[in-house]
Design a binder for this molecule. Sequence first.
Ligand code: CP3
Length: 359
Amino acid sequence: MLPMPTEPKNDRFLRALRREPTDTTPVWIMRQAGRYLPEYRATRARAGSFMALAQNPELACEVTLQPLERFDLDAAILFSDILTIPDAMGLGLGFVAGEGPKFERPLRNAADIAALAVPDMEGELRYVMDAVRLIRRELAGRVPLIGFSGSPWTLACYMVQGEGSRDFARAKALAWNDPQAMHRLLDVLARAVAAYLSAQAAAGAQALMVFDTWGGLLSPPMFRELSLRYLAQVTERLKADPHAAELPLVLFSKGAGAHIEALADTGCAALGLDWTVDLGEARRRVGDRVALQGNLDPSVLHAAPDVIVREVDGAIEAFGNHSGHVFNLGHGITPDVDPEHVKVLVDAVHAAGRRMRTN
Ligand code: CP3
């Protein structure tokens, strides 16, 4: 085992997740290392493809640190993807330019699902753990490092559909027509997700996040059965895990604003929110059970700087003068955003957070 580096110098993010007081509101941005940055595009071109970039720990480390050089961010997030688990399970991940992810061998029937096993975290997925170890060393405590995974339901969506989709109709059809196979899939994924996050914790991640990007596609009973239930299993397993038990876990279930009380009841540290919920109302609904992360509409970054500042101020005011807020967008930043607008947003968060605490 590597000796653990010293504690982060900027611990606002971890303090906010523990709902402790901070000097200002911490901020990071989903997909902060991505195509809107010319330096990211240059490194990806050097790697040859997105997967070659993600599978090279030195280059993954380089792009993880790029946004921190430009902006006063309070956390770094591992550069990788949620689809590394299905790839390691043998589905063969590729990215078609302009079309998004595609699996060579999507799951077609119950037999395909029965053949799946939890991948070896220091085998097929060693490149992810090597990246975590390297990034943690290179960060040298500047800011904490977030490890992440997709949720069982969201991974199942891609694995059954075989590619991105608006409605993941094929995955939902499997849930209706062979619920036993769907539950078998979600069960092996819940074990894989917990093992993956535990391995990232052991490798040096300091907070963990689960992306349930497609939770909002489900009706309330189906959400509880296919998404929430397996998020709760992951949370429980991590609480019993020697590496992950002490790390704050953020659950982000996009489009699931109707379920935030139930999500908070899983025992996670924080909830990620999209922009369809009001931050102040969400805080009143979950009380002091969890911290909240979010939730500006990413399209605000296309607005003029004065509008960005106004919208940031509005979100900080909506949350109010309470501990437990991590500022973020409500979903990932899009490739067409001007990096100068990101700087405006990050600096506006810190300024508004300071004002909120002194007024
Ligand atoms: O946030 C970060 O900076 C860390 C890296 C990260 C990526 N993907 C890099 C990436 C994270 C946390 C993810 C999560 C992810 N990946 C999610 C959940 C979050 C969300 O956005 O809902 C999902 C659904 C995926 C699957 C995925 N990966 C899709 C649908 C795509 C193609 C669409 C797109 O946005 O381009 C990817 C590719 C991907 N993952 C890119 C990046 C920077 C772009 C690929 C490229 O460089 O061409």
